[in-house]
Design a protein around this ligand. Sequence first.
Ligand code: SF4
Ligand code: SF4
Length: 354
Amino acid sequence: MASSVFFCGVRSKTAEDNKGSKIVRLLEAAGGKSIRKGDLTAIKLHFGERGCDSFIRPIFVRKAVDWVKKQGGKPFLTDTGTLYTGWRKNSVDHLVTALEHGFGYEVTGAPIVIADGLKGENFVDVPIKGQLMSSVKIASDVVASDGMVVLSHFKGHVMAGFGGAIKNLAMGCAPAQGKKEQHSARMSVNLEKCIGCGRCYRNCPTKAVSMDDHKASIDEDRCIGCGECLTVCPASAISLDWRTDLSQFQRRMAEYALGAVSRRKRPVLYLNFIVDVTPQCDCVPWSDDRVVGDVGFVSSTDPVALDKACLDLVNERAGKDLFSELYPKIDHMEQLRYAQELGLGSLDYSLVEV
Ligand code: SF4
Ligand code: SF4
């Protein structure tokens, strides 16, 4: 059966139809059964790496917070620490970054809880029936929450092709060890292009990069394939090794996404923002120009249908298969096909304008 995906276009011409009102309409349309009185409700989002500015705006997050409160829930904003070295690796840095990006209580109306603890060590092993894994590591406070609203910025991603609700659940609800389990890429360095800046060396979480004669080299035994070096290299000197099978990465992501929601008492409510669609995710410490004009906002209780609708809406606006053009070596549909196979949702959807 087709899942319902609710949609509001980005254009507004009246005060009643401003973006905040659209967000509330979308929450109302999809979220009727998601929150009960007294529910400690995780609003899962991404606060943006320091230097990024394309994350979801705090004033939009406020709309979700107020809506959860109206349902009787007690909302808190949440995310998990990163695998790589940056400004969200531990709770202290993460909270400072979130506050610097405007996610303070005075704007959003909700406190922040970093779900996997001070150093990313608080997690629960959640059993799943996957083809690759029998259990996944999910941040403790995500598992402990009663209700869940997932706010995702829809955009490109260097290893997944695109990032939406599935990726937000999979990587976003996993502690560093869980993120490590999902990654599988191999990298290679083009020495002719390498300018010896050392960014890959400084950002590698496993010290797999060494600098010899001002050129980077990667120790395959230490590399966990997180892709951070690929992302931060200013000279495009690092690329995915030809041996990399990114479909495995996407399948692991789908299994982690399943684990993030499999124990939930109530339907999870998802809201995707198809605005500021950048080529890379909000983990990078910059935001490139958008690759397509703003499209709008969508909501659903089915993350597979939601992400598929986003892909279709983006491609319609762009007039082409945008993410295949951006990342031709990545079959980005794999995360959705396998998520459907796992029972996480349906690729079949009906789009309802609200
Ligand atoms: S992909 Fe490997 S070498 Fe690159 S940052 Fe990650 S662990 Fe380090
Ligand atoms: S980030 Fe790129 S250019 Fe800089 S040292 Fe590493 S491979 Fe070379």
